[in-house]
Design a binder for this molecule. Sequence first.
Ligand code: ATP
Length: 567
Amino acid sequence: MPDNLSAIFGTILDYAEEVAAGTSNENDERPPRTSLTKKQQKAVSILRNFSTNDQKQEISFQELSQNVLDDWDISNIKSSSVQQLVELLNLPRVQGVLWAAQEISAGRFAPQLPDVPFEVDEDDGVAVKIVRIVRRGEPLGATIKCERGKVYVARIMANGVADRSGCIQEGDRVLEVNGITVADKEPREIVKLLDKCDNGIITFKLIPAEINQKLKQKKSSHRYARALFDYDPWQDKRHPCPEAAISFRGGDILEILDEKDQYWWQTRKIGFGALARRKESHDDENRDDSKKVGLVPSEWLQCQSEIPENGIDTSDDFQSFLENHKGRFYESVFRWRNKKKRRRVVVLLGAPGVGRNEIRRQFFKVFADRFTNAIPHTSRPQRPNESDGVNYYFTSRSEMERMIERKEMLEYGEFRDNLYGTALKSVRKASEKGTVLLTPHPLAIENIRTWEFAPIVIFVQPPEFGEFKHTREVYRSQTTRSHSAASSSNISQNTAATSAARAFSDVEIRQIIDNSAQMEQKYRGYCDAIIRNVDLDTTMNELTGLIYQLESKATWMPMKWLDDIGE
Ligand SMILES: Nc1ncnc2c1ncn2[C@@H]1O[C@H](COP(=O)(O)OP(=O)(O)OP(=O)(O)O)[C@@H](O)[C@H]1O
């Protein structure tokens, strides 16, 4: 029993005895002088033994507490302390604690294991270890490798059953599994043997590995990274054991638990996007997939697959190749809370036609005081109904070309011999007035993904074909009617359109859905969240909530911004 608890227990018992003996001066309503009944005396002495003794004898606490409750009828006790004790003992959770304490003190927290066989004679003086592992519905968390007819433990997965046992290590040679020798067995057969264990108990006979000092010294890391590519171990021919892997998609946050191995990192998936949080579950029996630690290719291994066909001449060249590719597959991230309520630029990415600009228009209309637009630049001449700095910044072509050269543009393009684009300084300027909402080309993401703008990047997905067709047709007919008779529109005032919406052919819809899937695969890794633009009212509501969460909750941010943050 923990010291504190036994001290408290002891004090209560002292008091109970004093009360019963009439020596307590708790209050004026002194309890009648009664001596303890025999049962009470027994209960007190056993309880005292338990609180001072280190549980040499097994005691049924529940029985004991029941005796106390039977004997110390609460209605006859005047002492408030003893009344409290009786009330306490009556509480189901206290009874639960008593039960648990009893089970634990009797060592009944683990299944009864059969005796470990005495094997030394059979193994000709070779030191072997017999390891018995109990797993409850979980994978073992270890991989094996076969080398010249011998079977070894290849990897121990961090936090897995094998790792938690602390009894198996990488390099241990496996002689037997559940009493069956594994020499010359195919890995597949061994995996079957491991699966066929009674009550989840696996018994290994192992020759301990010599401890590799170098490996031991290499500290296992623990960091978080955002995956920038999709990974399916079953499609990866390099993977030695896809069963022991996890799959992920770009934008998933990974917890990298061990990167000692040059090729394969031990990783756990936390979830997708900037708001991803680990699901806390203390239920070991129902460990869901998010708890699984799996092997995924290291940055180094992924870089290998990018080496140009004509190869790399020297190892120095490879080192610089690696340096250049760093962060191309996994981007280290940390959790950041926007304590100073810093303004962040909101970026909507998506395939053309999915509705990004419509959403943006709606935001400027509904939240005119909060969201702002970065005024674009153009080299085209100003028209009579336009004002400089309102519709565009009208700039000479040569000046715009200079800005492009100096990398001052977020994005730019040419249309009918005129340059158009958005300058980073326009985003800065607009940020002073409110939250800037941008719908750039995905290639521009790189230019704005800096701590200065700390963008919230949201990918806008189209709905599936039927919903797309239906919602666009409904909106189109509403906006067409609202043009001629605003009162006949039954959409909310918030989303009432000022011009008729575009019509889509079936081919166009399919094209948008296809383009979107391709774009998502390419840029998902840079997205903080994803939203489906089904009907406009729902999209507006969801997006407002999402932006609020991304601005106010802790979010995953690129580690490379950490130096600039300086908070
Ligand atoms: N949720 C929606 N429900 C109905 N119609 C929509 C919805 N979202 C957008 N639209 C309509 O779809 C058409 C295309 O939208 P929008 O112009 O915003 O697309 P975009 O993604 O900005 O592509 P582009 O760059 O080609 O303009 C517009 O007519 C718009 O009114």
